[in-house]
Design a protein around this ligand. Structure first.
Ligand code: NAP
Length: 304
């Protein structure tokens, strides 16, 4: 078989993965994609055991392993780490994907006559949201992602220790990798979800860069994903607000001025991306950010 055949280039055969937020949405799709394509163990972490079990039920028995974990608690992360370490010698890839949107924090929309809300109305809308709601979003998305990565470092290092000695002219297998889910909200001021969410994802994007730099001497790669709009539990209300039917993956689901490809992200879009990142041909990704947004980052302001 040629080394350039797709089955070789995109193979994730035998990989061991940990996925936070694996009980729903993008994390569940990631788990399924890895399971279907030959990964040997996939640990899905989250707070809701029933959701994790539902993900596990989508694959052959024992391939996807649910582990209860709240990423905002060091004790819970340590317990989850120990539970994973009891069932595998190493972890090839860690997806720090768990996150929350929190309450929408955005100024009221323009009035019917097109005039802006007064500054008093803007203040009323935003100042009424308790500070704790803002902090919670930071706790889960930023602090939680950071401590998730720290918790799993030993098992990532163990994956590197299993790599064969390099042979001249032979491509070495990928080093261990962390993939953190950020968002286009983190670097586009025009995506008006929420101040807290957008700021948290900007911080996550910076976290990806900092960790990548600081873990590179240990051969642990850190990369990021910045999705645009994908149908999930988190995004459900955004879809409903916009009057979008179903998962929004067919052409014409969204106005072109919002998403140039006129649709939301699909499970194929995210599954193909992460399979590549985890596969042989993703092994040269190091400290980079993968944008999957249908061109939204370059679109004009919108209200979803
Ligand atoms: N969908 C989109 O359009 C979109 C766009 C850009 C970025 N993202 C990012 O993609 C990631 C996945 O989101 P999603 O869209 O798939 O939404 P989702 O279905 O709501 O998934 C979020 C996951 O995070 C987990 N989670 C939340 N708080 C947690 C905590 N304290 N400890 C452990 N797990 C926790 C949830 O599980 P439990 O509730 O069971 O804990 C849930 O499975 C998030 O980081 C999100 O910000 C999504």
């Amino acid at each position: 078989m040629s080394n350039l055949q797709a089955s070789n280039l995109f193979s994730v055969q035998g990989r061991v993965a940990v996925i936070t937020g694996g009980g729903s949405g993008l994390g569940r799709t990631m788990a399924r994609a890895l399971a279907i394509n030959g990964a040997s163990k996939i640990f899905v972490l989250g707070r809701r055991e029933d959701a994790l079990r539902d993900t596990a039920a989508l694959a052959q028995d024992g391939l996807i392993i649910p582990i209860k974990c709240d990423i905002t608690s060091k004790e819970s992360l340590e317990a989850a780490y120990q539970a994973v370490a009891a069932q595998t010698t190493h972890v090839d890839v860690l997806f720090a994907n768990g996150g929350i949107l929190g309450p929408l924090m955005r100024p009221p929309p323009p009035k019917a006559d097109g005039s802006l809300p007064s500054l008093a109305e803007v203040r009323e809308e935003l100042f009424n949201i308790p500070m704790a709601e803002f902090t919670k979003v930071m706790d889960v998305n930023v602090t939680g992602s950071y401590y998730t990565v720290l918790a799993f470092l030993p098992l990532l290092e163990a994956a590197n220790q299993r790599r064969p000695a390099p042979q001249i002219g032979v491509l070495s297998p990928p080093t261990a990798q962390v993939v953190i889910t950020s968002s286009i909200a983190g670097f586009n001021r025009k995506v008006p979800f929420s101040y807290a969410y957008n700021v948290s994802k900007a911080a996550v994007t910076h976290l990806i860069k900092s960790l990548s730099t600081n873990l590179s001497p240990y051969d642990i790669r850190v990369n990021g994903i910045a999705p645009g709009l994908y149908h999930s539990e988190m995004a459900e209300n955004l879809f409903a607000d916009g009057g979008i039917q179903g998962s929004g993956i067919s052409d014409g689901s969204f106005p072109r001025e919002m998403i140039p490809l006129t649709r939301g992200g699909s499970s194929e879009d995210i599954a193909g991306l992460i399979l590549w990142m985890v596969s042989t041909s993703g092994g040269y990704l190091n400290g980079t950010m993968m944008l999957t947004d249908g061109g939204r980052i370059g679109s004009v302001p919108n209200t979803y």
